[in-house]
Design a protein. Structure first.
Lengths: 342, 342
C-alpha cells in the first residue's frame, strides 16, 4: 500500500483548505474564531474586552486572541484576519474611530497595530460590525439565497448592513446602512443619536426595556414580573421573549409593538433601495416571530405599491456567529475587499 | 487656399459631434430634445400628451417627435434615443408599466414600439423619469461635481434618483429611490400610495396646495389671495413662491413647513446611503431657499452624528431641462446603460 493517499475529491478539499481568523470586537466581549472557508467555524475563543484600559491594551488583546486562533489552524496557515468593530471604519478598512464605550479611543489603525504586533504582512481588514454581520449572513446564513438584502441587527443599538449584488454597499465613506437612525416619526422620542423618532429610540435594548417597564405599571400580574423576581432592573428583551413564550399578553403585546415600528422603518428602506429581502439578526431578534410577524404584517403598508411583491423578512438563525463568519469572510475576499468593492 | 480645412481642435470636435434624442414622457406634455453630448440641448419640441387615446397613439406621438428631432441633427446621425417615463420601468430598460394618468396602459415595450415605428435598430433606452433627471443633473447640472448624490424631484409627486459612483443606483428590479414614499410619521396623513406619513403626502403639489388652502382660512389678508384673485382653486406652489418673494408671511411659513419635512426625510435617506449631497429639482423646487434653507437647517438633526459632515442641499438650476438632457445621456451611455450598470 502506498503512503501517498489517493487523490480523490475529499483529499483535494483538504489540500485546498482555506482558513482565516474572524474577530468580533465588542464593547463587552472580544470574540475570535478560526474559520474554514467551506465549513465555517472550527475553533473559537472569547474574553472580556478591557476597553477601559485604552486602545493599546485592546490591540494587545486582539493580537493575543488572533495568535491563539492562528495556531489552531490544522493544516495550511491562515489567509488573513478580518475584524468587525463598532464605531466608524474608514474607506480603506484599516481604522476605527470613536467606538462607543471604548476609553481614550479617537482613531486607531487596527491593521498596522495588528501587523506590527504579529510581525506579519498578512491582510488585516477592518469593517463596521453590522456590515460584517451582513457579510456573514450572505455567505453562511439566512442571506445566502438573495444576491441583495438588508441586514438589521437588533441589539444594544439597531445596526444595519446592505448587501447589494453580493457586495457590501458602503456609501460614500464606508458609513452606509445606519438604519437605526432613520426616523419613523419626526416628532417622536429622541434616540441617543439625537435623532427624533429614530427606530433605535424604540427598539434599542434600553429603550425597549424602559417602554416595557412603564407599561408593566398597568399589569401587576404579568409573568414578566415573576421572571425577574419582581426586580424590574433585571428586565431585558430576553425576559420579554421568555414571558411571551409562556403566553404572557403584555410581553407579546410589547414585542408586537416593537415589530410594528420595525416594519415601518423597513418600508422606508425598501422604498429607497428596492431591496426587498430583510434579514434580522442581533440578540433581540431571538424573539423571532413575536417581533417579525407584526413587522411582516405592517411592512407592505409602508412600501409603495410597485415594490410590494416578494417582500420577505427572515430571522438570522445563526445568531452572533454571523459576526465571526463575516469577519473571516473579509479576509477570504482579500484585496478585493480592501478596495471597497466587497 | 485648400478646400480641406486644417485639422485643429475645433474641427475635430465638429467631426466627432455626437447627438442623441432625449424624450420626457409626461402625463400632460410630451417633450423631446436633440442633444449634443458636449454642449447640451440644440433643438427641442413639445406637444400635449394624448394619454387618453391609449398607448399605441402615444407611441405614435413619441415616434413623430423623435423623427422631428433626428431630422434636426446638423451633421452626423443621432446615436440613439433615451426616454424618461413615469411608472415602473423594467430592469432591461425597455418597458413601462402602469404610468399614472395613462389610459389602458398596462405594460408597453417602448423600445420595440419605437424601433418598429422608426424602422431602425438604433438603441432605445427607457428609464424612470426621476432617475433620468438625476442622470441629467450628474452630467449637465448641479450634480456634476459629486460622484454620488441623491436627486429629489418636487412636482405633482415627489420622485427620487440615486447616483452612486457616477451610476444610477437601480436596486433589485430598477425601482430604487422612491423617496416620495418614505415615511416621516408612521401615524401621519396618507399619501396616494397608501403610505402613512409619506413625504409625498406633505410635499406633493396637491397636498401642499390643500395644506395652504386650509391655512389661508386664518389669513384673510394674505397676498396669496390677491395673486389668485380670490379663487383658491388657482392656488399652486408657484403662487406660494410668488407670494413669498413679495414678503408674505404665510406663504413663507408654508414653504418653510414643507422644507422642514423635506429635511426630515433626507436625513433618513442619508443615514441609509451615506450619500451626503442632495440635489433638488422639479417644478416646486423653483421656490428655492424658501424651501431649501429650512431643509438645510433641520437636516443634521435627522442624521447620525458620524455622517453629519459635508451635508449639502443644492437646487437644480436647470429646471426641467435635466430630464431631456438625462434622457439623451441614456443613449450616449449606450450598451453600458442597457445592462443596467449606468
Amino acid at each position: 500500500m502506498s503512503l501517498i493517499p489517493p487523490l480523490n475529491f475529499h483529499n483535494l478539499l483538504f489540500l485546498m483548505a482555506s482558513y482565516a481568523v474572524g474577530v468580533d470586537l465588542g464593547g463587552t466581549n472580544l470574540k475570535a474564531a478560526l474559520v474554514d472557508r467551506d465549513t465555517g467555524i472550527i475553533e473559537r475563543a472569547e474574553c472580556p474586552t478591557e476597553a477601559d484600559q485604552g486602545p493599546k491594551h485592546v490591540a494587545d488583546q486582539i493580537a493575543a486572541i488572533v495568535v491563539e486562533m492562528m495556531d489552531a489552524a490544522p493544516s495550511s496557515p491562515v489567509q488573513g484576519i478580518g475584524i468587525g468593530a463598532p464605531g466608524a471604519v474608514n474607506w480603506e478598512r484599516t481604522t476605527v474611530s470613536k467606538p462607543p464605550n471604548f476609553e481614550d479611543w479617537t482613531s486607531v489603525n487596527l491593521r498596522s497595530a495588528l501587523q506590527t504586533r504579529l510581525d506579519t504582512s498578512l491582510p488585516v481588514i477592518v469593517e463596521n460590525d453590522a456590515n460584517v454581520a451582513a457579510l456573514g449572513s450572505a455567505f453562511y446564513g439566512a442571506g445566502q439565497d438573495p444576491d441583495s438584502f438588508i441586514m438589521v441587527t437588533l441589539g444594544t443599538g439597531v445596526g444595519g448592513g446592505i448587501i447589494y449584488q453580493n457586495k457590501i454597499f458602503r456609501g460614500s465613506t464606508g458609513g452606509a446602512a445606519e438604519i437605526g437612525h432613520m426616523t419613523i416619526d419626526y416628532e417622536g422620542p429622541f434616540a441617543k443619536s439625537g435623532v427624533s423618532g429614530a427606530i433605535e429610540g424604540y427598539l434599542g435594548q434600553e429603550f425597549l426595556t424602559d417602554h416595557a417597564r412603564d407599561r408593566l405599571i398597568n399589569y401587576p400580574d404579568s409573568a414578566v414580573r415573576d421572571l425577574v423576581d419582581g426586580n424590574l432592573d433585571e428586565l431585558s428583551p430576553r425576559v420579554l421573549y421568555e414571558a411571551a413564550t409562556q403566553g404572557d399578553d403584555l410581553a407579546q403585546d410589547i414585542l408586537a409593538w416593537a415589530g410594528h415600528k420595525l416594519g415601518c422603518v423597513l418600508g422606508s428602506a425598501i422604498n429607497l433601495l428596492d431591496i426587498r429581502t430583510i434579514v434580522v439578526g442581533g440578540g433581540v431578534s431571538a424573539a423571532g416571530d413575536y417581533i417579525l410577524a407584526p413587522a411582516r404584517d405592517v411592512l407592505p403598508r409602508f412600501v409603495v405599491p410597485g415594490l410590494r411583491d416578494d417582500l420577505q423578512i427572515h430571522q438570522e438563525e445563526l445568531g452572533n456567529e454571523v459576526s465571526l463568519l463575516g469577519a473571516a469572510r473579509l479576509a477570504f475576499e482579500g484585496e478585493q475587499a480592501q478596495v471597497g468593492s466587497l
